[in-house]
Design a binder for this molecule. Structure first.
Ligand code: AMP
Ligand code: FE
Ligand code: FE
Ligand code: ZN
Length: 284
């Protein structure tokens, strides 16, 4: 490991809405010059084993994580969990419920879309990996394949956005409960892109204060969905609440323009995460 390792703490594989299998993601991480990468698929850790198997071959260390779907009074909040016990009952139950709800919701969205477009559930289902999590990006890709839109971003803008006629919500645990579940599972909870306003509504500072009281460890500050003003404000908030800050790419393979390592995390913060987490970092 170099004196100052390059650490990217937020990426997706095709177990959720990335486009590469975990082993391919690890190879891409090596090509991008990363020393440490976190695999943080939405609501699943079924990709961990394959990613861990690729650590020796690629020389890239792996932080086993996930990005949990949660809700703060109806506002969608993404909560990163690092190094939790994958067998923890409470966390598994919450994640299984969110995955189930996402499945029913995706089918209902496709039903609605099918009233105006030629699209079947089978086309979306064919894109899912076993143990994986379905999301709007899978519907977006099916619409791209059909030629209705040019890419995922256009699909979100024109068809899948939260205010549109095809949007359906899904059930997710309350964000404060989710922070507690992550801590009880030995995980280290970090709020993902807290000010990513382009995706929809974001939570007020008092929600972040409540999350902190429940055990939140950090805020993801350096992320492409935050402008300079948002980053400065989040850095101040983190300092005042005693939270650490992270930076990450939120890489989705070919599904988004985000490039591996475009934002990185201070190695000292990774050390703190590992010291608080139940699992170790998988090292070459
Ligand atoms: P869902 O969780 O099913 O509601 O879908 C939200 C996911 O879609 C997020 O986690 C992002 O990965 C992805 N996403 C959101 N907005 C966009 C966009 N404009 N272009 C591409 N992907 C997006
Ligand atoms: Fe995503
Ligand atoms: Fe996210
Ligand atoms: Zn993400």
């Amino acid at each position: 490991m170099p004196a100052r390792p390059v650490v990217d703490l937020h990426t997706h594989s095709s177990l959720s809405d990335g486009t590469e299998l975990p082993a391919e993601l690890m190879s891409a991480a090596r090509t991008a010059g990363l020393d440490v990468v976190a695999l943080t698929d939405h609501d699943t850790w079924d990709g961990w084993a394959e990613a861990a198997d690729a650590v020796g071959r690629t020389g890239v260390a792996l932080v086993r994580g996930a990005e949990l779907s949660t809700s703060a009074g109806g506002v969608s909040v993404h909560l990163l969990s690092y190094l939790h016990d994958p067998a923890a009952r409470g966390l598994n139950a919450a994640v299984a419920r969110a995955r189930d709800s996402r499945l029913g919701r995706a089918r209902r969205m496709v039903d609605r879309i099918a009233m105006d477009f030629d699209l079947t559930w089978e086309e979306v289902e064919a894109r899912l990996e076993p143990g994986g999590t379905v999301g709007r990006p899978h519907i977006a890709d099916a619409l791209v394949d059909r030629g209705y839109v040019t890419d995922r971003s256009a699909a979100f803008l024109e068809i899948l956005h939260t205010g549109g006629p095809y949007y359906v919500r899904y059930d997710a645990p309350d964000v404060v409960e989710a922070v507690e579940l992550v801590r009880r599972a030995g995980g280290v909870p970090v709020m993902a892109h807290p000010r990513a306003a382009t995706r929809g509504r974001v939570v007020a500072d008092h929600v972040i204060e409540e999350m902190t009281a429940a055990g939140l460890a950090g805020l993801e500050v350096d992320h492409r969905d935050h402008d300079e003003g948002a980053r400065a404000q989040l850095r101040d908030l983190a300092a005042s609440l005693g939270l650490f800050v992270t930076g990450s790419s939120d890489y989705h393979g070919a599904g988004k323009p985000n490039r591996l390592g475009e934002h990185v995390t201070d190695p000292a913060v990774l050390e703190q995460i590992e010291s608080e987490g139940y699992l170790p970092v998988v090292r070459p």
